[in-house]
Design a protein around this ligand. Sequence first.
Ligand code: MV4
Length: 673
Amino acid sequence: MFKKILIANRGEIACRVAATARKMGIRTVAVYSEADANAKHVAVCDEAVLLGPAPAKESYLCGEKIIAIALATGAQAIHPGYGFLSENAEFAEACAEAGLVFIGPPAAAMRAMGSKSAAKSLMEKAGVPLVPGYHGDEQDAAFLQREADRIGYPVLLKASAGGGGKGMRVVDNAEAFREALASCKREAISSFGDDKVLAEKYLQRPRHIEIQVFADTHGDCIYLFERDCSVQRRHQKVLEEAPAPGMTDERRAAMGDAAVAAAKAVGYVGAGTVEFIANQDGSFYFMEMNTRLQVEHPVTEMITGLDLVEWQLRVAAGEPLPKRQDDLRIHGHALEARIYAENPDKGFLPSIGTLRHLDTPEAVQFEVGGTPYQPAAVRVDSGVREGDAISPWYDPMIAKLIVWGADRKQALARMAQALSQYQIVGLAGNVAFLKRLVESEAFANADLDTGLIERNADVLFAPARSVPVAALALAAVALIEHEKAEARGTNAADPWGRAVGWRLNARYARTLAFRDDGGHEYAPVFTYLPHGWELAIRGLSVDVALLARDGVDLSVRLGDASVHGTVRRDGEAFHVFTGGGHHVLHHEDPLAHAGESEVEGGRLTAPMPGKVVAVLASQGQDVKKGEPLVIMEAMKMEHTIAAPHDGIVDEILYAVGDQVADGAPLLAFRAAA
Ligand code: MV4
């Protein structure tokens, strides 16, 4: 076995690989970019070497530098994780030439699976089922049209060099073929530098089912069952699970055998995933093979009790596979949810910034004893800690939340509960969306296909409802308690201090001002009583009392009910976590902005670091509320900065092409009188 390996990656997967290496007594070398100097993956490895500036092209994609660092630090092998250099055949070859082991498949196997049409020809020969279609070399438009007519519409055109859903066009009928072919080829040449396409029968409601395979250098290859990754959004997986709901033993064996045949056909070694699409009737077809360890590998680990990274290291060191096919069993059910720094209510716009508070569900390991197989009930794979930043440079995944249950129903309940315990303050996240998803009827019924999210958009993207009274009460009590604590620090002896609310012969009432993220305003009136308050809101009046408090965790009596929650304060924002929900209430302190009269309609700031791509307003221009003024690009998306009121643009502070820091004022703006 290796004594030392280099991990050519960052984030959760680098940490994941390091954990297994540590368990096996293997020393680890981290590499990192300037943006990651304080990252978790650097901290969990035994040593770390700087690669270069933040952009991946100057750091995590610099194969030559990484190889030089491996040689200099005495690492014997390189684990590429996923993404970055993991499927780069030239890098795998360069490792071998430098005398280093690339922990992944042979370069030839990566190349064989790199071209969709060439892979399909190989799979056809190996007897792996393919969607009816044409994947040959002939690319003449009239010829391809005849092939499409023969296949029967709808037909799907795919860029041969594409993958993961890029460069695809659905053609509904013969008349639409020519234009779709031309547009598909244009996208293929600009995205992949190769305009070769293939044509397939288009399946209307497919499921994405993939088989985990493992092969060793001694000629053995086995499958570690399937994962269902049908719940996707724009080809991004959202939830993954194993086993696939509704899978029969016969079909599992047929898909497993097909996947092993696919791997053997290309001389595969190591961990790989053969992706199929399956019809609702269970028929399945080869799509592509991913020649790396995948993001969703933990669900396979949970149901098999195996450590796939350990297997990768053993296979790479030349050991035989630790188990035979007949030794493997499926235990229970596992689900994985990808926690992302993105805003589902704003088209999943990536959200970058600092994780000011990060509370993750506690990892739950079963007690030893009892059932013969005991995986963790809850596992969190994460590459970030509280205080870390999600930067615009890399994938904005915060963590993977993985749960295990004796059956799907139990796993689902645990996932919903674990998501309720996930508390993120500092950036927008998809936790509430994931919770609605796992609690949706469609997902609970395992009515899975790749259109599930779009079809259930009405329940998944619930219109912003008003903040519940319980959350308002918690925020208000937290605020008042906070003021009390502050007052105690300064004028503890003063019974007339404004925070305590005690008045001789009078009931002191106070109106608080909160605003939610949707702009709704709340003005709860708190009347101080000897042992609590009376809360009046929207014509409703209820007695409120603090029952218990432990730091940020509060128990409050609300009429006859008691409510519990966590209130985290982030500046003027109160983040209330209660009943599985996350409500943000911005407190408008009447004193905070005293003397800052120009705040209203002041400067307009960059929502995140990025580049100015268009300046639409000119200096001195009169603009109407909502008029676009500047367009920024950040994380491959455009953001329009619009006028908040009618007003005048006094000064534009950046030009097209300028790089702008997060929060930087973009222009000086004066609201119309
Ligand atoms: C298809 C298909 C329907 N019919 N092929 C998208 C990514 C790539 N791996 C394969 N993809 C698809 N190929 C035929 N002949 C539908 C998809 C597809 C899809 C597949 C898996 C998961 C999500 C998807 C979302 C949209 C389309």
